[in-house]
Design a protein around this ligand. Structure first.
Ligand SMILES: [Zn+2]
Length: 124
């Protein structure tokens, strides 16, 4: 059985895995590596924690397909701010969504699909 670990345990293991692997590509692979250490975390919890660790650099590849509507940030699961603009008729309109945590912006980024994680200042 994989039990639910504390945030501190998850953070410790995330950092430890990155130190020994250099870079980890793919969120599923990262979650598998954690599971092997008996650390279970949902993708949503994992992302939330990852973005709270300042030593970690995340690079994301985006597809061309864009979201029509977003409830939470597709990259880090944070709450999003709406980007509003004026239409030609002078009406206010939601143009897209912006994340204050990871910088995701739905007007310029499509759907995220590959995540790569590494430590900042870590030589590969
Ligand atoms: Zn975000």
């Amino acid at each position: 059985m994989v039990r639910r670990p504390s945030d501190a345990e998850v953070i410790f293991n995330i950092l430890d895995l990155l130190r020994s692997n250099g870079e980890i590509v793919g969120e599923v692979r990262f979650l598998d590596l954690l599971k092997k250490r008996k650390i279970g975390a949902s993708p949503r919890r994992f992302r939330k924690i990852i973005y709270e660790i300042p030593e970690i650099e995340v690079s994301v590849k985006y597809s061309k397909r864009k979201f029509d509507y977003l409830d939470r940030c597709p990259v880090c699961s944070s709450k999003l701010a709406t980007i509003r603009g004026m239409t030609l008729e002078g009406k206010r309109k939601v143009l897209g969504y912006r994340c204050g945590v990871c910088g995701y912006n739905s007007t310029s980024h499509g759907k995220p699909y590959i995540y790569a994680f590494r430590l900042k200042n870590h030589d590969l």
